[in-house]
Design a protein around this ligand. Structure first.
Ligand code: PLP
Length: 288
């Protein structure tokens, strides 16, 4: 059962509508967050609201995140649904306005919370890993990449290209030829020698909430960690590669551009995923 709460009004998701003059629709003048519940509680809601605040700053919104209202909307939505775990989307747009660019013409921001039943990767895809294709692309809002804005067109086309090759996911390669993140995931690499790496946020990637937790878990386990980005050839030569996101947690990469990796899922991927599952309080993936 899908549920929407628009500006505080709860309704069935299929009946929810925004104006065609909403600036999110007209210009992508909006920010969003995707998260999930564990044991029916939103996971890391504060961190998502905080990141949404940074997205609004990037968009020069005149308001701060209406955190209390979003929490209340989410509470109403979650108490309306009758499924198990939920997928959640929080969305704020600058609101309706005439179809001109000047944001000063916008009226009130629009606030939307969507809740649906959660779909997570299958156990098989955790056990098998995913095939990725490295795609060089320039994202429309690269300068604002650490904000979560509703413009994923370049990433959508990269995903389409990856799927045309028979792969599952696209990895984004920047102009300097380095893999910086996935279309909707952060990327981690275990280099020969066992150093865990992930690109620093300032190369133009989303400051992933799962990425942060994985970095914390890695430091707690005293792994050697470096913030750096690698080329596709270095990924092919890596010990392990995995992707992270709120909906996928950690997913191993099995092939990069058709080249099978040494191990998938590798030992560090499994260890860190086990630690992640302990942190969120659900049973581990049966890796062994
Ligand atoms: C571009 C991009 N990178 C990384 C992520 C992973 O972020 P998080 O772990 O906060 O879900 C996402 C999530 O949607 C994303 O869109």
């Amino acid at each position: 059962m899908r549920v929407a709460v628009i500006d505080g009004r709860c309704m069935p998701g299929d009946e929810a509508k925004l104006s065609v003059f909403d600036r999110g629709f007209l210009f992508g003048d909006s920010a969003f967050e995707t998260l999930r519940t564990y044991r029916r509680e939103p996971f890391e809601l504060d961190a998502h609201l905080e990141r949404m605040g940074r997205s609004l700053e990037a968009l020069a919104f005149p308001i701060a995140v209406p955190a209390d209202a979003l929490r209340e909307d989410l509470h109403v939505a979650l108490s309306t649904v009758d499924h198990g775990e939920s997928w959640i989307r929080l969305y704020l747009s600058r609101g309706e306005g005439p179809p001109g660019l000047d944001p000063a013409d916008a009226k009130e921001p629009s606030r939307v919370v969507l809740v649906d039943a959660l779909r997570t990767p299958s156990v098989e895809s955790y056990l098998r890993g995913v095939r990725v294709r490295c795609i060089e692309t320039v994202r429309a809002a690269d300068a604002l990449a650490s904000a979560k804005l509703t413009n994923y067109v370049a990433s959508m086309l990269a995903t389409r290209e990856a799927r045309r090759h028979g792969d599952d996911e696209a990895l984004i390669v920047d102009r300097s030829g380095r893999v910086i993140e996935g279309a909707t995931q952060n990327v981690f690499v275990v280099r020969p020698g066992g150093v865990l790496t992930t690109p620093p946020v300032d190369v133009g990637v989303l400051d992933g909430i799962t990425r942060r937790i994985v970095l914390e878990l890695a430091r707690e386990s005293r792994l050697r960690v470096e913030l750096t980005a690698h080329t596709p050839a270095e990924l092919c030569d890596a010990e392990e590669v995995f992707l992270t996101s709120s909906l996928r947690e950690l997913v191993a990469v099995s092939h990069v551009d058709g080249v099978p990796l040494r191990s998938s899922p590798g030992p560090l991927t499994r260890t860190l995923h086990d630690a992640f599952r302990r942190r969120v309080g659900i049973p581990p993936v049966p890796y062994s």
